[in-house]
Design a protein around this ligand. Sequence first.
Ligand code: ADP
Length: 456
Amino acid sequence: MNSQQLFRRSRTRLALWYAGVMAMILSLSGLGIYRALIQSNWAALEREIESIAGTLHDSLEPMLPPSVDPTVVLQQIFPDLCVAGQVCAPQSTVIQRHTIGISDRSSYYIRLFNHHGDLLAFSPNQPLPLPQTVNPTLWQTLQSDSGTRYRQFTTILHSADAHPTSTNGHDHPSWGYMQIGRTLAPFDAEVERIQWVLAIGLPLALALVGASSWWLSGLAMQPIYRSYQRQQQFTADAAHELRSPLASLLATVEAILRLPPAQQQNVPPMLQTVERQGRRLSHLVTDLLLLTSLEQNASPQSFKPCCLNDLIADLTEELSELASASDIHLVRHLLNNEIYVLGHESQLYRLVSNLIANAIQYTSPGGSVLVSLDARDRMAIIAVKDTGIGISLTEQSRIFERFYRVDGDRSRKTGGTGLGLAIAKAIAKSHGGQLTVASQLGEGSVFTLRLATISH
Ligand code: ADP
């Protein structure tokens, strides 16, 4: 599988996981909201029925006749109720008068039963078919022939006389029953509406989640993909850099092996070439390993206080020979008080030596290199300033890249690997510092390193 396929597959997998988790969360929340809405609507509906039943119950009870056949009195109390067993002409129901303020009054019906549970009277808009005897269950849900559902509440009625006595001499604790029912059509319509909203909204939301998870997974994969590409480029560049000295080394060795015995005096200079190439290879491999280890494990735990004054003094001393060999005036400018930073002494040494060696390397004979150490706002500032060839603005942004050389041939001839500044930058970064360049072509360059100081 090539890298493109691998990244595409990882992206798809990431997007699917993300979409799956989001879909689950959305579905669960949708279901939760749906249930909460239904329950609150249902509770409000039952409260409304109960409150109407309570009002009717309280206003009816004082008027209830004690007679066992109360139809005549009932007709006087509720002239608009139909009496069981008689022809009923629909007219406005009693309940309409007791439900003032309720928007849909025709949605209620009332039924009255005697204490035996036989139907006495009912409002003409009661659904069909309903039994002629009472079912004393407190709450019931019924369905009419037309399919409309009703919620019905049953309550016991007591007459004004607390213990009315029937004609046959038996005591009855209650007068009868009252049933209040309400159509569930608006509730069912609301439920259907919510279901529709969910049925359309949820797949739409899921489609959006799917699209956004694809886009987000693409965003998430981008830095990984870029880092992978950089790594691949680095491997290719490293192989390319290793190939040339290796090829020339092998060619020299082959030439030595083929040398006729008469020309053995040529062997020592050829071996010197081999040694030079070997050193170059070893140098390159060391640099590569250092760069990799710097990027993998920057360990501030192992940092120790380092005196920058000593470090610069040692380095300028060491490189003064190289400078004078190139006819370059190497000067250092240090503060009297010592400046300490936390770090890896050998790595900081490598960093600054790289900067000074470069300054010497890219300055023409007769030029000068100034190494200065300053401290400002708890920052140590090391500046390496030369009067060399300078770096153009476009090159300045690239010189810290691995293997990048402004003038490849010249750099190679001077033994440069193109890794020096990349290593310097990585060391500065691992020390929490900053390495910058300011330069003008033909005028010279200044490399500035800023590191946080510590009091010692
Ligand atoms: P090299 O090992 O080839 O010197 P570096 O990473 O140290 O590689 O530097 C990268 C490039 O930056 C060099 O090829 C060189 O062209 C340029 N460079 C670095 N330092 C200076 C300098 N002081 N003056 C001019 N050019 C420089």
